[in-house]
Design a binder for this molecule. Structure first.
Ligand SMILES: Nc1ncnc2c1ncn2[C@@H]1O[C@H](COP(=O)(O)OP(=O)(O)OP(=O)(O)O)[C@@H](O)[C@H]1O
Ligand SMILES: [Mg+2]
Length: 274
């Protein structure tokens, strides 16, 4: 593995920084310390995050697990710059996010983060191509270049033959692939997905996870996936577990996930690549 360590953004050890005993291969992309989030005030206040510290290096593939209400989505919203913490520090790509103005925060989000949601969140009246073009439109990319890049991205996710289809004319798995192509539109180095396979059957789920795995392995894109399902977490390299607003476990997937479940994901990945 040491031969690959010099490839900059590529990271294959899959272990949390320092836990493999070797030097960190890549720079931290996400660094949070003592992050808290309280929703509401007074007697109705809910402490969704109670002091979370975590570092994720460029090129890692991390699964976020934990029971319902443990703070996973809250954490993803903060990391995705969709919301602000009550307290704590957050650096994304070395930039201190807490000090940014709302405009600068939006710009950072557009440039550095791609989002994938459980319910796909595609525009129903727009074609697959137009859905993927949208983030580029917001960033001021010209029409021809937008269309060219959207075609390439849709081909990359295996939908080159569905460019003009509308979401209602696509299966759930295909809609999620359009959403993944859209998340890549601005060349973000980080993809965050909250329960991306929650609405999909097991075959489509494996296709989606295999796509994330390819993006991670071949393009060095950092992937954070929230899931309740251990067979989905099996695609990741590192599993971070939340409970009551705290991280209670953070280990390599090989330590947390039974070998048989990881093998099944491995086989599904090989099959999907054929
Ligand atoms: N906008 C909000 N206003 C008030 N409370 C909230 C809000 N969003 C989340 N919470 C509360 O914060 C806690 C953490 O919620 P969060 O959505 O982060 O959990 P989760 O781990 O994503 O759960 P699930 O697995 O069910 O999606 C919960 O107690 C929830 O009720
Ligand atoms: Mg959630």
């Amino acid at each position: 593995m040491s031969g690959e360590a010099g490839e900059g953004r590529r990271l294959r050890s899959g272990l949390p920084a320092g836990s493999d005993g070797g030097p960190p291969d890549t720079a931290p992309l996400i660094e949070v310390s003592d992050l808290t989030k309280v929703y509401g005030e007074g007697s109705s206040a809910v402490r969704a995050l109670a002091g979370v510290s975590l570092a994720v290096r460029e090129g890692e593939f991390v699964a976020i697990m934990g029971p319902s209400g443990s703070g996973k989505s809250t954490f993803m919203h903060l990391i995705g710059c969709l919301d602000r913490p009550t307290s704590g520090r957050y650096r994304l790509g070395g930039e201190s996010v807490s000090e940014l103005s709302p405009d600068a925060l939006a710009a950072l989000r557009n440039r550095r983060i791609g989002f994938v949601f459980q319910s796909f969140n595609l525009l129903p009246r727009a074609s697959a191509l137009e859905n993927v073009e949208l983030p580029m439109l917001y960033c001021g990319v010209g029409r021809e270049e937008r269309e060219r890049r959207a075609r390439v991205l849709l081909e990359q996710v295996g939908l080159g033959g569905r460019l003009s289809h509308h979401p209602s004319e696509l299966s759930g798995g295909q809609q999620q692939r359009v959403a993944i192509a859209r998340s890549l539109a601005n060349g973000a180095p980080l993809i965050m997905a909250d329960e991306p396979t929650g609405n999909l059957d097991s075959a489509s789920s494996a296709e989606i996870m295999s796509l994330f795995q390819n993006l991670n392995r071949e393009q060095g894109i950092t992937v954070l996936v929230v899931t309740h399902a251990i067979d989905i977490a099996a695609w990741s390299d590192r599993v971070v577990t939340f409970h009551d607003g705290l991280i209670v476990d953070d280990r390599s997937a090989a330590e947390v996930i039974p070998a048989a479940i990881r093998d099944a994901a491995l086989r599904a990945g090989e099959k999907a690549r054929q």
